[in-house]
Structures are given as structure tokens and as C-alpha cells.
Write a new protein. Structure first.
Length: 379
């Protein structure tokens, strides 16, 4: 194993070993082979429209706030488009945490803030990626007032890449961006989400997310952080009480559940998680699922994505060129490969046209010969 990076300057490190004892990579958890699973959709139609899928995160958070607790989640930092973790103690602070943030977030000091709230006897819900939850568990351990919620994670792109995408979009629009939504259902659907943005002058824009440069690089995992490709916190191994995510693949297993408004999936790994899941029935439609039904369409629940072989090239070049050019070359390959693909594609279309013409010609010739053979009989 390669030496771990230094976390503190040598002159300030006391050699206590606390960082090694808390490291989730050195002390990985065990996967959960049989979680309790539900499909979930909130009864609150307005909340559904404002959420990425079935509004599950908010429905889990609301009871914690009602008990005087604290919810920790990912939001955009005030005045910037930097993803950070922050605390929410009311609905107003909870709202910016809704929706997917397809970038690595900065947890800031939220682990210590969560510990302080727990020591004060307050309920805490902490949501994050599996690696963040694994780190939280190693820091806090298990606590009766802590509900740890992980998201099904595709991997997180570098914040520097998102920053470049925001700069390019602002340049194209002629004004700085003040808001960004990756999964806007008011301008798209929960299956085909829109990337929506708000500009400083009040204008708004949208585009199909996976047709944008950032959507393409996200889908291709070409900008994901290196650690994402060897994630050790999959399949409940993070120590989370709950795993939540989009119910991808619902059309293959339970198509009758999808009304187009958004649907979430939940996997409970602990009794605390199951209790929280059961309590959802008062506020949401909850349908029990087998783990196979719930998770078959979410392969990143089980395993990390494979390293894209073009990642190194992209990360070395995205600052030198426009993001569009860098994404096009990284995803589609250098120009000789793109040219070869284009020639091959055209050759295939030409071959298909020739086959169709031959088939039509043969069919006509056969019909003509058959017609000629019947003429003597008619005579």
C-alpha cells in the first residue's frame, strides 16, 4: 500500500494515531447483503416538483426538524456555486439542500457541528456520499440520536471542472450565474432532467442535462475524483442507516409505480433506519420491494464506476482549451479516431442502402419472372 498523504504538517503532528484509527479506508465496513427496501413518493405535490425524484430526503428531514433537531446536507454556498455541507434547523434552510449536486462537496466543520448537536441531546440527520458517511461514522461512532443517510453515488466530479463549466456558461450568456440546478423537473422530467441556471440579471436558461458538456463528462465519469474508482463504501459498507436514491429501472420491475412525477428508492441497513423508513408511510406512498427490484437499476450502489482511460488526458487539458473542446476530444477521442468512426458509420449506412437496393431489385426480378411464366398458361 502506498503511504497515505500527510494530513498535518510534521511540526504540528503529535503522532497520536487518531487519523489512522478513524480512517475508513484502513478500516472498511462490511456490505449489507439484505437491506429492507421501499419505493417512496411524497404526498406533497409541490415538494415533488422541487425535488430531484420522490422528495425522500425532505420527508426524512422534516420529522428531525420537528423534534428540534439539526439536518446536515449539501447546498450551494451563499454568493457562489461552491457545493458545501451545512446545517439546517428550519424549512427555509432545508430547501437549498434539495436536488442533486453533481460535484464533490466541502464538508467544512459539519462533523464537529453534528457532534456538538448530539452532545446537546438534539436529533441529527446527516446526509452525504458513502465516503462522507463512512468518515462520519469513524469520527462519531453510532449514537442513538444520529440518523446517517447516504446517497447512491455515481462518483463526484472535481469542483475545478464544474467551475470551468460555470465560467464558460457565464461567458456565453454574458452574465454571471447565481443559481444552478442539475435535475430541474419543471423544465424537464425526472427521467430526462434539465440543467437549469439563473443569471445575475434575472434571466434563466435550460438545456437537457445529458446533452450538455458537463452532463456528458458526468455520464462518462471522465472528471470523477481518483478515489471514486476504488470506493470502499459501497452496498451499505459505509455504516449508513439508510441509502437513498432515484428509482432507476422502475420501468423494468414495477412500471405501475411510475407516474412521471419522480420516484425514490430506499434501503434500510439498521433498525434505526428501518424505523425511519416505516414512519414515512404517514407522509408518502411507500411500496415494499425486494433488494433485487430496488437496486438492479442502480449498479453504482454495488460497485464503483471503472476508470475512464481518457481521464488523465482530460484533466491535463480542460484548462487549456474550452470545456466543450476538451469534453468532445476526451469523450469521442482524438480527431483520427473521430474521423475513423465517421467513415465507419457512413460505410455502414452505405452498405445497408446497398443491401436494401439489392433486396428490392431481387424481389422485383422474381416477381417479373413469375409473371412471365404465367403468360403461356393464360394464352
Amino acid at each position: 500500500m502506498k503511504p497515505l498523504p500527510t494530513l498535518a504538517p510534521e511540526e504540528t503532528c503529535t503522532g497520536c494515531g487518531a487519523c489512522e484509527r478513524a480512517c475508513p479506508i484502513l478500516h472498511p465496513g462490511a456490505p449489507d447483503p439484505a437491506p429492507f427496501c421501499l419505493a417512496v413518493q411524497s404526498h406533497d405535490d409541490a415538494l415533488l416538483r422541487a425535488s430531484a425524484s420522490g422528495a425522500l430526503f425532505t420527508e426524512l428531514a422534516r420529522p428531525v426538524l420537528a423534534q428540534g433537531g439539526v439536518v446536515f446536507g449539501c447546498r450551494w454556498e451563499e454568493g457562489t456555486l461552491t457545493a458545501i455541507h451545512a446545517a439546517a434547523e428550519d424549512e427555509a434552510a432545508l430547501a437549498p439542500m434539495r436536488g442533486s449536486k453533481y460535484v464533490q462537496s466541502d464538508p467544512r466543520d459539519t462533523f464537529r457541528e453534528a457532534r456538538a448537536a448530539l452532545r446537546a441531546g438534539r436529533p441529527v440527520l446527516y446526509s452525504g456520499t458513502p465516503c462522507q458517511i463512512a468518515g462520519l461514522r469513524r469520527f462519531l461512532g453510532r449514537h442513538p440520536n444520529l440518523l446517517a443517510v447516504e446517497i447512491i453515488c455515481h462518483g463526484v466530479p472535481s469542483p475545478a471542472v464544474l467551475g470551468r463549466a460555470v465560467e464558460d456558461l457565464a461567458r456565453a450568456e454574458g452574465a454571471p450565474l447565481t443559481g444552478l440546478t442539475f435535475r430541474d423537473k419543471t423544465k424537464g422530467t425526472w427521467r430526462e432532467p434539465a440543467l437549469a441556471w439563473t443569471l445575475a440579471d434575472g434571466r434563466q436558461g435550460k438545456a437537457t442535462f445529458y446533452a450538455t458538456d458537463y452532463g456528458r463528462l458526468f455520464a462518462s465519469v471522465i472528471a470523477n475524483r481518483p478515489a471514486c474508482f476504488r470506493c470502499a463504501a459501497k452496498a451499505g459498507a459505509s455504516g449508513a442507516d439508510l441509502t437513498i436514491g432515484d428509482f432507476w429501472g422502475v420501468e423494468n420491475v414495477r412500471p405501475e409505480l411510475d407516474d412521471g412525477r419522480g420516484l425514490s428508492v430506499l434501503a434500510a441497513h439498521t433498525q434505526k433506519g428501518r424505523d425511519a423508513a416505516e414512519a414515512l408511510r404517514q407522509r408518502a406512498d411507500c411500496v415494499p420491494l425486494t433488494p433485487e427490484e430496488a437496486l438492479a437499476g442502480n449498479p453504482r450502489y454495488f460497485t464503483p464506476a471503472s476508470l475512464n482511460p481518457r481521464r488523465g488526458w482530460f484533466m491535463a487539458h480542460f484548462r487549456r482549451h474550452s470545456l466543450h473542446r476538451a469534453v468532445r476530444r476526451a469523450v469521442n477521442g482524438p480527431w483520427p479516431i473521430r474521423l475513423a468512426r465517421r467513415i465507419l458509420s457512413q460505410a455502414r449506412r452505405l452498405a445497408a442502402a446497398v443491401r436494401s437496393t439489392i433486396k428490392t431489385t431481387r424481389g422485383g426480378a422474381t416477381a417479373y419472372a413469375s409473371h412471365m411464366l404465367t403468360l403461356p398458361a393464360l394464352a
